[in-house]
Design a binder for this molecule. Sequence first.
Ligand SMILES: [Zn+2]
Ligand SMILES: [Zn+2]
Length: 241
Amino acid sequence: MKEISEGVYFIPGQDEMIPDSHMYVLGKISSGDISLVDAGLMGKGGYKIESVQGLGIDLSDIKRVIMTHTHFDHIGCLPEILDVIPHAQLWLHRNEAEPLEHGDERTVYGMEMFQDMSHAQYGTKAGTFCFEADCKLEGGETLEIGDMSWEVLFVPGHSLGGIAFYNRPGKILIPGDVIYADYAIGRFDLHGASGPQLKQSLLALAELEVDTLLPGHNHIMEKVPVGYIRETAEQWGPYLT
Ligand SMILES: [Zn+2]
Ligand SMILES: [Zn+2]
């Protein structure tokens, strides 16, 4: 784990055959109002919780888990985490909250092959990922949490209800799986994905001034070159039709 800046902490995913998403911990520790962004793969809940505790955070200060989106490499260990901190709220975009509330797991698994694999390898069952959302985000909100301010951007395309979080004063962007380091972008072939929407989302993120990019997987970028997101969008544009 690593402190990116005061109130922003990085807990790297521990990839196996399937990737484990990174978790970001948001909120100044003195505020007693801590948010976790994304959980991770099945089986990684213990590691993530221990890492949060390693930051000196009292588990009772964790007020919510906010999901960039609900693919199983991000939501897989949410049940494990909520077992340890049942008081935490669950915040996510409406487009992915509503299916989850109805037990519709198509977005979680993305395709049938992944569902079959998860059931076989991790012992998940139909209905493992059925949650009530405490807050359904739309995009456009500004969250005043943990003595910080995070703008919520609706960035569909990789999934139906992807959201990104932007801290304008620190120029920090958490884009979920929309864009990564090394000019990579999220896949756009899973349930609810759309190439043209992903392109629009990339172009919307390209409008932001970003110094620090904290994606869902792989490297983080602490000195983002000017124009990086726009260049990435332009390189991928021909495929996003
Ligand atoms: Zn994803
Ligand atoms: Zn992911």
